[in-house]
Design a binder for this molecule. Structure first.
Ligand code: GDP
Ligand code: MG
Length: 597
């Protein structure tokens, strides 16, 4: 296709503002799927994505649109994830496009991720078309939101497209805006092949599928290609695009987006951000790639049943096939046995992987407290990257420890400001800025990441009744007074519950954790001491008194079904018990204890 008839664009939005619904409408309008194939949110393909309503993997779809100027255009749509944990994937998708549709819910207005995403789009020199969605809602205030977009983002919103993705109102106006207001790609058909590897995933039928954006030259079936970063050469055996069905057109030209397969078995053989060139006539220079995506949150995953270890290993391997940003390595814990230390892009990523393991692979897991990567500077001048509290060196050998900080943007209605400020202060935050835009407060804070990986999102949401939005970027390392806090159950350390904390938080955290465990650990035939300690110094202690009554006594011999339920529950509990010395701790206690900060 002639470059002037191609438009590559992404849709950026805060979560729930209607990005996926709009994508569906665009696909529907352009006839990519028939009515039977069209089900809601076709781009959100994984079950969990559909249930949680979030898009994780960016997908690309080619739309064919006959515009009012009488010409037929090829529109390549990249769907992007909206959640902060996947900011890296957003950036990657944006790099493959020339323009963005900025979708803003006309009843909600600009939110933290609207801002984060739009700034990224501006960084990528995108032309941006504002789209006000949900104007069918009685609460929609398009004029106020337009003004807000101008005030907060500094983007001309006078000709924003006003739509309802739900009812399909004005979808054609969006398509016309894409054609008339976004620039076509640039590229040279005669130049040596340069194609950017935007994404790759494992497909059980096709093997590794690589999503590419061709910049110069031509990519064809049968061509010998070379991956410039790794030097590997392959033969392109399938070349095509998604509509969202895979269509094997056999060729991709400059400016086009699509997929190739090349007999690759493992996605680790492909490097996202790499440049594909032609073996016969290679490009002199690769394209500017992407920064690698690095896991920032780590935790241990252990099977409740030790016999499931191999099954867990296989399952993790399968998930890693589709998700290059997920890492794992074997780990042993004195208390939990054999398991894996896993790295994630963020807490949501962690939760999703955990949920998939339990749901799709039928595994019962114990997850240890999430940790960030600390840089431990030793007295001998060496530096250790540490993300497992179990690896904490002897304090005598430590000179100082640096921890990662983030720069967070929080947007919220004014009435919750007091509560959120208190939360940020409690989490050792440093306020950078506070401004008011369109009736909302915009708060910029520096926060230690380790204070955020626990329950910060949950707290933020509950304090603001769901109205605060949050986004962050990494902001370097700073020295902190960090210590390892261990939890002892009848003097037996429970390594799965040990955490690295700031000294100022240790006592408070320790007390909370001990209180929580006291509630969570069922009484047993003997007294149980639960202690939190830094080194040998106990900082908090609770005692669980010995059991007196049979659990069934509570039922007064009455309702039989209730009794059975209790027995079943007990049995269920048994299955998920872990032994610590003499003490049995149910898995639910770990999960609940680990959920709190
Ligand atoms: P995403 O997170 O940005 O992909 O948002 P979704 O497309 O998943 O939409 C979030 C929710 O808003 C869903 O329940 C949609 O049905 C709803 N929604 C999307 N567009 C509209 C709209 O134009 N009007 C109304 N009333 N609801 C919408
Ligand atoms: Mg979505």
């Amino acid at each position: 296709t002639d470059l002037s008839h191609i438009r590559n664009f992404s849709i950026i939005a805060h979560i729930d503002h209607g990005k996926s619904t709009l994508a569906d409408r665009l696909i529907q309008y352009c006839g990519g799927l028939d009515a039977r194939e069209m089900r809601e949110q076709v781009l959100d393909s994984m079950d969990i994505e559909r249930e949680r309503g979030i898009t994780i993997k960016a997908q690309t779809v080619r739309l064919t649109y006959k515009a009012d100027d009488g010409k037929t255009y090829q529109l390549n749509l990249m769907d992007t994830p909206g959640h902060v944990d996947f900011a890296y994937e957003v950036s990657r998708s944006l790099a493959a496009c020339e323009g963005s549709l900025l979708v803003v819910d006309a009843s909600q207005g600009v939110e933290a991720q609207t801002l984060a995403n739009v700034y990224q789009a501006i960084d990528h020199n995108h032309e941006i078309v504002p789209v006000l969605n949900k104007i069918d809602l009685p609460a929609a205030e398009p004029d106020r939101i337009k003004q807000q977009i101008e005030d907060v983002i500094g983007l001309d919103a006078s000709n924003a497209v006003m739509i309802s993705a739900k009812t399909g109102l004005n979808i054609k106006d969006v398509l016309e805006a894409i054609v008339t207001r976004l620039p076509p790609p640039k590229g040279d058909l005669e130049a040596p092949l340069k194609a950017l590897v935007v994404d790759s995933w494992y497909d059980p039928y096709l093997g590794v599928v690589i999503l590419v954006r061709v910049v110069d030259g031509e990519l064809k079936v049968g061509q010998k290609i070379r991956m410039m970063a790794t030097g590997a050469t392959k033969e392109a055996d399938r070349v095509g695009h998604f509509t969202p069905k895979a269509v094997q057109s056999g060729r991709l030209g400059p400016g086009e987006m699509g997929f190739i397969t090349a007999g690759i078995k493992d996605i680790r053989e492909t490097k996202v951000g790499d440049t594909i060139t032609e073996e016969r006539r290679p490009a002199a220079e690769p394209l500017e790639g992407f920064k690698p995506s690095v896991p920032v949150v780590f935790c241990g995953l252990f099977p409740t049943d030790a016999a499931e270890f191999e099954h867990l290993r296989e399952s993790l391997g399968k998930l890693a096939l589709n998700d290059a940003s997920f890492q794992f390595e074997a780990e042993t814990s004195a208390a939990l046995g054999f398991g894996f230390r896993c790295g994630f892009l963020g807490l949501l990523h962690l939760e999703i992987i955990q949920e998939r393991l339990e749901r799709e692979f039928n595994l019962d897991l114990i997850t240890t407290a999430p940790s960030v990567i600390y840089k431990v500077h030793m007295t001998d001048k060496s530096v250790i990257d540490m993300h497992n509290p179990a690896d904490m060196p002897d304090p005598i050998r430590i000179d100082h420890i640096d921890e990662p900080w983030i720069r967070a943007t929080i947007m919220l209605p004014d009435e919750y400001l007091g509560g959120i400020l208190a939360l940020c202060t409690e989490r050792r935050g440093q306020q950078i800025d506070l401004t008011y835009v369109g009736g909302r407060a915009m708060l910029v804070y520096k926060l230690p990441l380790n204070e955020v990986v626990f329950d910060f999102y949950d707290r933020l949401k509950s304090i603001s009744r769901g109205y605060a939005s949050f986004d962050y970027q990494m902001d370097g390392y700073e020295t902190g007074d960090l210590v390892k806090m261990s939890i002892l159950v009848n003097a037996e350390p429970v390594d799965a519950l040990s955490t690295i904390v700031h000294r100022s938080q240790a006592e408070h955290r320790g007390r909370l954790l001990c209180e929580r465990l006291k509630e969570l650990i069922p009484r047993q035939l003997f007294k149980i001491a639960v202690q939190a300690a830094i080194g040998s110094r106990v900082i908090a202690r609770e005692t669980i008194s010995a059991m007196r009554k049979d659990v069934l006594a509570k039922c007064y011999g009455g309702d039989i079904s209730r009794k059975r339920k209790l027995l079943d529950k007990q049995k269920e509990g048994k299955k998920r018990m872990r032994q610590f010395g003499e003490v049995e701790i149910p898995q639910s206690a770990f999960i609940a204890a680990l959920k709190m900060g």
